[in-house]
Design a protein around this ligand. Sequence first.
Ligand code: KG4
Ligand code: ZN
Length: 337
Amino acid sequence: MIVLGIESSCDETACAIVNDERIILSNIVLSQLDEHRPYGGIVPEIAARAHLNYLDHLIIEALARSEIDLDQIDVIAATGGPGLIGGVLVGIVTAKAIAMVTEKPFVAVNHLEGHALSARLTNDLNFPYLLLLISGGHSQLLIVEGVGCYRCIGTTIDDAAGEVFDKTARMLNLSNIGGLAIQQIAEFGNSSRFFLPRPMKGRSGCDFSFSGLKNAVRLLIADHEPLSIKDCNDIAASFQFAMTETIVDRTKMAMIIFSKMYDEPRTLVIAGGVAANVQLRRTLANIAEQVGFRLIAPPFNLCTDNAAMIAWAGLEQFCLNKRNDMDFIPRSRWSLD
Ligand code: KG4
Ligand code: ZN
């Protein structure tokens, strides 16, 4: 079975082709970073227009790279939400049009479910597993019991981790993708020069909070302006360290909860753009080992937004006889549980 996947929920236009042997035949992601840079953030209208401009070409390119024709595709999957509604509309309308013309089934995929199931594309992984989902819009700890079966055991009570990475990067005048830019300069910085708070650390349960850390880093930057390169590097390193310790503390709590519910083998999966962070991956690998969990961290390009995960989640759903009608309405909000 071969599935075409489309992702257009934020500022990446993406198309991928995946088969049921877990082979990614093509996986193309086009970032709109340059289009949005002058505005200091993602402009929904610009994102929607860019998806409209790029998507058709990307689909043709994905088919060409896979060396297959449209009529060899068995299922068309596209992100149906949550996300910026203009972008989601572009992807969904395109997918529906292809499905109608080719008379193939159409599946609308929850973007978060794409992240949640991506580890089953890259690894031989059975349910249940613990999932740390950390992206630009979400920070959650979930127990994945099956396709469509998610139990949220922790969530952020304010900002998402990626959002705070992005804001900090902007305050430091970094122009690359927020979290990646912080990671790049943190490598040259001293992570113990500044102490930043680790919100919720040591508390019971496994909810997150990041607004206190965001505010503390804002005040720290204001206190040290004008910043030297060394100041920027040290702030980035101290911030990344605080972020890592915060996320790891909450995830450790979740692993303890999961251990009480399920026998071995126990697996922790990380997903979402922030899961591409090298320091976080390294620290989580150590902690997971200590508490008897196998850690699955998909490759960087499958942590950040991509369409291979959408194609795969569409395939998983289709195999369970789930598909959508042409009257599916894109959703700006769509929680997993
Ligand atoms: O999953 P994703 O690509 O899009 C959403 O669904 O939101 O996640 C994007 C987020 C951004 O906030 C970005 O700054 C962050 O992931 N990110 C990183 C890294 N690469 C991307 N955060 C920390 N370290 C990274 N290496
Ligand atoms: Zn995402």
